[in-house]
Design a binder for this molecule. Structure first.
Ligand code: SF4
Length: 403
């Protein structure tokens, strides 16, 4: 990288980086760190959240996933309305501002027993149930953000009435990863076309949107850059991408990819730095600290400006073997590098009062949650009642690690 580099990187320069920068990793990180500092200053954010794994039933079978279940599997779990209420209450009591609703992809299309379960609760579809859960969250002052896999345009419009933002990891644009033997072969919802279609339609609907790439599942660096360029193109069309997550593959026992090599710190840093230099300044670049334990300084050096959602009450159900960091410790690490760790709400600042984006009825709850977070004297105050953050699945909840 050269000091005169033009940002965001033009397509050809971005692809050239993927093919190998003769200057090496250090100048790339330096360029990305400078870009982050210019755009975001010395503030790094996180979203205090309660994580609701609404159902782990899923019609796909990704090779790396330890979350999904079929009905009857050990650990199969659809949260009851009472369980949702209980965890929302705990999240609100611990100072959370976000209710993350995360689930498998369209289980009602393949599991009749799940449809019957929804019907006993008065819902004809998962989206109906999610809408209800969103209302319950809002009633407690929590701002819903839902990641429900592939949704139709109408479903997104419906959920946008009770969600401050929606999410879908693009993961990759490489359909090579859907070929036999590859991680997405048994996951038709991971085809790039349907994911790009949904992100595009979210933009048409002006929904603040979080997406990201998954690194280390067999993609090449060039394919990573192509995914980032696709996200950038959609953002240029609609201006709706608030955050891009650079998520590292982590191997889980009981998955097909349990012995696959994980990306090392240099590879993660390279991906983050390229994301920072490819994406427009206004898009947050995030990397989850629990998937990069012990590498917080490296994440900062590579150009992140956000750690994503961190929960004082619930584990990371998608990666239950990777506990959240303690917020006070994370804040100290950031301070040591001259950065302030600050809480934020789920919808990013630029979208809160931007005409046409946030549903008008969500503005009041969003401003109230933002004001509540601003009153916290330190990040550690969020969830301080428990003394430490949730490190493992709640004993009352089914273990999602067991097959
Ligand atoms: S990663 Fe998502 S879509 Fe793939 S199997 Fe797991 S829950 Fe389903």
């Amino acid at each position: 990288m050269r000091p005169s580099v033009r940002l965001p990187l033009p397509d050809e320069d971005a692809l050239a980086l993927a093919d190998g920068d003769p200057a090496g990793l250090a100048p790339l990180l330096e360029e990305a760190r400078s870009a982050r500092d210019r755009a975001w200053g010395r503030r790094v954010t996180f979203s205090p959240k309660v994580f609701l794994p609404v159902t782990n039933l899923c019609r796909d079978r990704c090779g790396y996933c330890s979350f999904r279940r079929s009905p009857g599997d050990a650990g199969a779990w659809t949260m009851t309305p009472d369980e949702i209420d209980t965890w929302l209450d705990r999240g609100a009591a611990e100072g959370c501002a976000e209710a993350l609703l995360c689930l498998g992809d369209r289980p009602e299309s393949v599991f009749p027993s799940y449809r019957r379960t929804l019907a006993t609760w008065g819902h004809e579809s998962t989206v109906s149930y999610l809408e209800d859960a969103g209302r319950r969250a809002l009633a407690r002052g929590l701002l819903p953000h839902t990641n429900a896999g592939i949704l139709t345009r109408d479903e997104m419009a419906r959920l946008a009435r009770v969600n401050v933002s929606l999410g879908l990891m693009l993961e990759t644009t490489s359909d090579r990863l859907s070929e036999p033997g590859m991680p997405h072969h048994r996951a038709p919802d991971k085809r790039a076309a349907s994911r790009l279609r949904m992100i595009d339609e979210a933009g048409q609907l002006k929904i603040p949107f979080t997406t990201g790439i998954l690194i280390g599942i067999g993609e090449t660096r060039r394919e990573r850059v192509q995914a980032l360029l696709a996200i950038r193109a959609l953002h240029r069309a609609h201006g709706h991408i608030q955050e891009v997550i650079v998520q590292s593959f982590r191997a889980h026992p009981d998955t097909r990819m349990r012995e696959a090599p994980e990306p090392d710190d240099d590879e993660v840093a390279h991906a983050i730095a390229v994301a920072r230099l490819v994406l427009p300044d206004e898009i947050t670049v995030q990397a989850p600290p629990n998937l990069n334990a012990g590498s917080t300084l490296r994440l900062l050096a590579a150009g992140i400006n956000d750690f994503g959602g961190i929960s004082p009450v619930t584990p990371d159900y998608i990666n239950p073997r990777h506990p959240w960091p303690h917020l006070e410790a994370l804040a100290r690490t950031c301070a040591g590098e001259g950065y302030e760790l600050a809480p934020r709400v789920a919808v990013h600042e630029a979208f809160i009062e931007r005409p046409g984006f946030l549903a008008p009825e969500l503005l009041g709850p969003t401003l109230a949650a933002r004001a509540r977070l601003a009153r916290a004297r330190s990040p550690g105050e969020l969830g301080a009642a428990r003394g430490a953050l949730a490190q493992t699945a709640d004993p009352a909840s089914p273990s999602l690690e067991a097959p």
